[in-house]
Design a protein around this ligand. Structure first.
Ligand SMILES: Cc1cc2nc3c(=O)[nH]c(=O)nc-3n(C[C@H](O)[C@H](O)[C@H](O)COP(=O)(O)OP(=O)(O)OC[C@H]3O[C@@H](n4cnc5c(N)ncnc54)[C@H](O)[C@@H]3O)c2cc1C
Length: 379
C-alpha cells in the first residue's frame, strides 16, 4: 500500500470502521459497503494469513453465505465437501452423518471474503493495527491506526470490533472462563493412511480433542482444543497432539514432525458490554465457546449481518436504549446456542460420558442426527 496513511484519512469521519478482517469483519464491511456506506476495514495481518481453525463450514454457515449471495465461495476456494464425522475416544470409533459441510483453509476463505468486501466498495488496509481511543466527540469515535511504524488517528460514526480473541478497546472487559482450553492448529500434508476426503476426523483424549479435515490442494487442516496444563507439560505441541490421537484410538499414521503449530489465547470467554459509545462487538470478539460443535464461523458471519442491519437503521442513534437493544439482539441470536455448546463441551470432557456417547453412536448412529440438526439450525 503506497498511499498509506492517505488512504485511511480519505473520509473524516468514515461512516463505519471495521477492525479485524476475519469472517465477521469482512462480511460486516461488505454488507455495509453494498449499502453505499463509506467503510474502512482494518486488518493487522498480511492477507492471506493462517488462522488456528478447523475451517469446517457447517450447514448453517453455508446457509449464511448463500443468503448474502456468496454461496459458491467455499467451492471457488477449492473447499472439500464432507458429510461424515468419524469420532474416536477411549479406543472406540463411531461414524455419524452430519449433513453436507465444506472444509476450506482459513487462508483461502478469509482472503476471498476480504476480496468480496473490496469488490463491494470497502477500503481495506492490511498489516495495520487499530485500537479504539477513549477520547471522542459527540458525532464520532476515534481509532488509532498503526502501520509499519506510522500512526494516524481516524474517526468514524460507528466502529465494529471484529478482532477475534484480541481486545482493542479500553472500555470492553473480557471475562475468561477458569476452565478454558487453548487452541492449536497447523496445515500439513496427508497424515492418514485411510484419509477419506469426505470424512472429518475428531479424536478426543484426556488432554483435549483434535479435528482433522481435508482442505484444498490435498492438504490436511489440524485444529485442536487442549488443556493448557497438558500443553505446558508436553515437550512440543506435536507431541501432545500425537498423544491425544493415540489416546483416542483413531487409526492414524502420524507424521506430525514437519507441522508448524500455532496457538491461541484461552478460548472460552465473553465480553461486556457488547456495545458502547459508537462501538459494536461481533464474532469471537463478543464471546467464544470452544470449537467442538464447529459453529464459530457461522456465528461470526451471522453477527456481522445482524450488526450491518442494526447500523443501517441509523448511525447516529447511540443512546442507552439502542446499546441495550444490540445486547438483546445478540443474546437472542446466540446466547442459547452458546450455552448449549458450553454444556456439550463440559459433558464431553468427562471420560464416562465419552464412552457412553461412543457406545450409543456405534449402536445407533442415527441418534446423532437430531442433535447435529439442532446445533446447526437452532436460532
Ligand atoms: C482450534 C479451533 C478450531 C476451530 N474450528 C472451527 C471450525 O471447524 N468451524 C467453525 O465454524 N469455527 C471453528 N473455530 C472457530 C472460528 O475459528 C472462529 O469462531 C472464527 O474465526 C471467528 O471469526 P471472527 O471474524 O470473529 O474472528 P477471527 O477469525 O479471529 O478474525 C479476527 C481478525 O482480527 C484481526 N485483528 C486482531 N486484532 C486486531 C487489531 N487490533 N486491528 C486489526 N486487526 C486485528 C486478526 O488478525 C484476525 O484476522 C475454531 C476455533 C479454534 C480455536
Amino acid at each position: 500500500m503506497t498511499n498509506w496513511p492517505d488512504v485511511a484519512t480519505r473520509h473524516d469521519p468514515w461512516d463505519v470502521i471495521v477492525l479485524g478482517a476475519g469472517p465477521a469483519g469482512s462480511i460486516a464491511a461488505r454488507q455495509l459497503a453494498l449499502n453505499s456506506y463509506h467503510v474502512l476495514l482494518i486488518e493487522k495481518s498480511r492477507i492471506p494469513r493462517f488462522k488456528v481453525c478447523g475451517g469446517c463450514l457447517s450447514g448453517a454457515a453455508l446457509d449464511v453465505l448463500a443468503e448474502v449471495g456468496l454461496g459458491d465461495l467455499p467451492k471457488k476456494c477449492g473447499g472439500v465437501t464432507f458429510q461424515k464425522m468419524r469420532l474416536a475416544s477411549c479406543g472406540a470409533t463411531a461414524e455419524i452423518d452430519i449433513g453436507e459441510r465444506i472444509a476450506v483453509s482459513r487462508e483461502a476463505l478469509d482472503a476471498a471474503l476480504v476480496e468480496e468486501a473490496t469488490n463491494a466498495g470497502a477500503t481495506v488496509c492490511t498489516e495495520t493495527t487499530g485500537s479504539v481511543q477513549s477520547s471522542d466527540d459527540a458525532g464520532s469515535r476515534s481509532v488509532l491506526l498503526r502501520r509499519h511504524g506510522v500512526a494516524v488517528a481516524v474517526r468514524a460514526k460507528a466502529v465494529v470490533i471484529a478482532t477475534g480473541l484480541v481486545s482493542c478497546s479500553p472500555e470492553i472487559q473480557t471475562k475468561i472462563s477458569p476452565n478454558s482450553w487453548v487452541g492449536l492448529g497447523a496445515v500439513t500434508g496427508p497424515v492418514f493412511n485411510d484419509s477419506a476426503p469426505g470424512v472429518l476426523h475428531m479424536a478426543w483424549g484426556a488432554a483435549g480433542y483434535v479435528g482433522i479435515a481435508n482442505v484444498e490442494d490435498s492438504r490436511l487442516d489440524i485444529a485442536a482444543a487442549v488443556n493448557p496444563r497438558a500443553l505446558a507439560a508436553a515437550t512440543s505441541p506435536g507431541e501432545l497432539i500425537s498423544q491425544i490421537l493415540a489416546d483416542s484410538g483413531l487409526p492414524v499414521f502420524v507424521k506430525l514432525g514437519d507441522a508448524i503449530w500455532r496457538g491461541t489465547p484461552l478460548l472460552t470467554r465473553h465480553s461486556l458490554p457488547l456495545a458502547s459509545r459508537r462501538c459494536l462487538l461481533i464474532g469471537d470478539a463478543a464471546g467464544y465457546v470452544e470449537p467442538f460443535t464447529g459453529e464459530g464461523i457461522e456465528w461470526a458471519m451471522r453477527s456481522a449481518i445482524l450488526a450491518s442491519t442494526f447500523l443501517k437503521s441509523g448511525l447516529d442513534q447511540w443512546n442507552q436504549p439502542s446499546l441495550d437493544h444490540w445486547h438483546m439482539l445478540h443474546e437472542r441470536a446466540f446466547g442459547g446456542r452458546q450455552r448449549q455448546c458450553r454444556r456439550v463441551v463440559t459433558l464431553m470432557r468427562n471420560k464416562t460420558v465419552r464412552r457412553v456417547a461412543l457406545w450409543s453412536l456405534q449402536t445407533a448412529p442415527r441418534l446423532a442426527r437430531p442433535f447435529v440438526q439442532r446445533l446447526d439450525h437452532l436460532n
